[in-house]
Design a protein around this ligand. Structure first.
Ligand code: PCA
Length: 337
């Protein structure tokens, strides 16, 4: 009960934030020479809950540093495209960024640990996985001159479809929307044709008939108003992909010690606020799909089995390609329930 209350309160807080204006720091403005501005690039819309959470993080940092550190959020792929954001920060085009961790897998294979289908099926397991994945991710970020600030999961990934899905044959030849190499491989294993569509272009791709189905959160369905072309949503709880927020180490190291601690503190707060909001949105977004005429269903048991077998195949491929670092995450994950 207590937990539920926290979740609802967090969701309400995020809801209010959508309406809030950028706050001006209460104290007198700092001299321009003392002011540092960071550009933070993200590939998601300003209204997305991840971006709203970042906007609050930026406001908290600005307030805590009394205007010495201003973080300007550049949403919607405007400063760099989602899959290029890490490199944009490495190259100094932006001081900070947010991306989905699976977009990093070519360079940091363990970033894909949260997108192996059917390993994690609850928020508490997702949290446990993140604790085990985080140290390795911090190390990889540090080796590339980046500092990891925090990560927040998307709600669980379900199957959206224009046609009913009763068996694997129903995927054959369909155009499955994907958002990176991980989802592309999943589409291939299901026998569908992967079609790469950015999250912000899903509505357009649907109306143009470029996609028949996709595996993503109910929330992404709502944000793109997929009802109409999408008639079914199957709650397969495939995985909980995370977005990660990071900054260039050079920019972070250039801050005064108090500003550094303000950033670290606001990051921890953004992380817990984001997890609570994600969990609340998982429920409300599924309801919203239902209210808009999408049939919420479960897939048949035998298809469920087949998809889970496919998930195992994917995990074997993944562990083989990643090697020891995969064991560092999953051996303790499975040993300690
Ligand atoms: N939405 C994003 C990533 C995961 C999710 O739930 C997308 O569909 O691109």
């Amino acid at each position: 009960m207590k937990f539920k209350l926290i979740v609802v309160a967090a969701a309400a807080t995020l809801g209010n934030l959508c309406l809030a204006q950028t706050t001006t720091p209460a104290a007198a403005p700092v001299a321009a020479s003392q002011k540092t501005t960071w550009k933070l690039a993200t590939g998601y819309r300003a209204e997305s809950f991840h971006t709203q959470n970042i906007a609050q993080f930026a406001r908290e940092v600005e307030e805590a540093t009394r205007g010495q550190l201003v973080i300007q959020v550049h949403p919607n792929n405007t400063l760099a495209k989602l899959n290029d954001i890490k490199q944009a920060v490495v190259d100094g085009k932006a001081e900070a960024g947010e991306t989905i961790m699976t977009s990093l897998v070519k360079d940091m294979p363990i970033a894909g640990a949260d997108s192996i289908p059917f390993v994690v099926s609850s928020y508490s397991d997702a949290e446990r996985l993140w604790k085990l994945q985080r140290p390795g991710m911090e190390k990889h970020f540090a080796q590339r001159g980046l500092k990891l600030l925090y990560a927040v999961p998307w709600p669980p990934q379900g199957l959206h479809s224009s046609k009913p899905i009763r068996g694997l044959a129903d995927f054959k030849g369909t155009q499955m929307r994907t958002y990176n190499s991980t989802t592309q491989r999943i589409a291939e294993l299901l026998g569908a044709k992967p079609v790469d569509v950015a999250m912000v272009d899903v509505g357009k791709a649907l109306s143009e008939g470029r996609m028949d189905n996709m595996i993503t959160s109910a929330l992404t369905g709502v944000e793109n108003k997929v009802w109409g072309p999408i008639k079914y949503y199957y709650e397969i709880n495939g995985w909980f992909p995370k977005n990660v927020v990071f900054v260039s180490s050079k920019a972070f190291d250039g801050l005064k010690p108090e500003a550094k601690s303000s950033v670290v503190k606001a990051s921890a707060e953004a992380e817990s606020r984001g997890w609570a909001a994600s969990q609340a949105l998982a429920v409300s977004a599924t309801n919203e799909l239902r209210q808009n005429g999408v049939k919420i269903d479960r897939i048949p048991a035998d298809l469920d089995q087949e998809i889970k077998r496919m998930g195992e195949k994917f995990s074997r491929e993944w562990v083989r390609s990643v090697g020891n670092e995969a064991n560092d995450i999953f051996v303790p994950y499975y040993l300690k329930p």
